[in-house]
Design a binder for this molecule. Structure first.
Ligand SMILES: C[S@@+](CC[C@H](N)C(=O)[O-])C[C@H]1O[C@@H](n2cnc3c(N)ncnc32)[C@H](O)[C@@H]1O
Length: 270
């Protein structure tokens, strides 16, 4: 079974995640569709699916999606979002990368594509890629998808201001590094080392606008800023964060904060 960390890491974030973590957008889904010839005949495994940011839009393009995640509350939110979107061809399965390797993979049969959106960094990566390689039909592959996490890596002053407030409340906030080197996570090299061919890294830029409600909701969707981490101080933190963001907004006279997000898709063929 999943270890405690993978099951509990996002405890308390699930509703915020479903509501405030942005989708990746049409261009990312279309890129995957073209590259892996996704159609009615294809099955997709979305590992670490969370609340369905990839599984739900992919479902419209393929015959079947399995959305797998160790966190049952995430899956509950994913089911709700799929229902709202009228999507019926996703099977939601409780499981982590360890569960997949330890047997779940043989229940799933072969898949055209395995996706891991903002989740690969939580996994035992080499062994998981080996397992995915075995499960993939000829011509199919694997794709990791990740975008800029703005609280710790964003370049905007409003992002830094939000970080400073969180840092006043939490002792163990990850360091704010700003943008990191391209090869911070050389997942393309890892894919090649595990036998994937035609490896490609595609970076897509999207412009996003954030209201204060959305920015606050996003912060609570982060595993390291979950409402549970703030405990009794959650309301005080939220009030301070809103106040600090209002100050920033009033200085610039805009209703929303702008952000350029970079979405990296690293993929290869089995
Ligand atoms: C940041 S969320 C990403 C959700 C969604 N895929 C997306 O793109 O927004 C990370 C997800 O990975 C899941 N997760 C954490 N550890 C995992 C593991 N060892 N194996 C599979 N999923 C894991 C978490 O429960 C969480 O739902």
């Amino acid at each position: 079974m999943s270890d405690d960390d993978s099951t509990s890491r996002f405890d308390g974030t699930e509703e915020y995640y479903a509501e405030y973590r942005p989708d990746y957008g049409e261009r990312v889904v279309r890129y995957l569709e073209d590259r892996f010839e996704l159609d009615e005949s294809a099955s997709v495994l979305d590992l670490g699916c969370g609340t369905g940011q990839l599984a739900i839009p992919l479902a419209a393009r393929v015959g079947e999606v399995v959305g797998m995640d160790p966190n049952e509350e995430m899956l509950r939110e994913a089911r709700r979002k799929a229902r709202e979107a009228g999507v019926e061809n996703v099977e939601w399965v409780v499981g982590s990368d360890a569960d997949l390797r330890e047997g779940l993979w043989s229940d799933l049969g072969t898949v055209r594509l395995t996706t891991m959106g903002r989740s690969f960094h939580w996994m035992q990566q080499g062994a998981t890629l080996d397992c995915v390689h075995r499960m993939t039909e000829p011509g199919g592959g694997v794709a990791t998808v990740a975008d800029t996490e703005w609280l710790t890596r964003g370049v905007e002053d409003w992002e830094a201001a939000a970080y400073d407030v969180a840092d006043e409340y939490l002792d163990d906030l990850p360091e704010r590094t700003g943008p990191v080197e391209e090869y911070d996570d050389p997942w393309d090299e890892l894919l090649e080392a595990r036998g994937f061919a035609d490896v490609e890294v595609r970076t897509l830029r999207v412009e996003r606008e954030w209201t204060i409600d959305e920015a606050v909701g996003y912060v609570f969707s982060l595993s390291f800023c979950s409402p549970e981490r703030f405990g009794d101080e959650k309301d005080a933190f939220e009030a301070d964060l809103r106040e600090r963001l209002r100050e920033r907004r009033d200085e610039r006279d805009d209703r929303t904060f702008s952000q350029t997000a970079e979405i990296d898709v690293t993929s290869g063929r089995a």
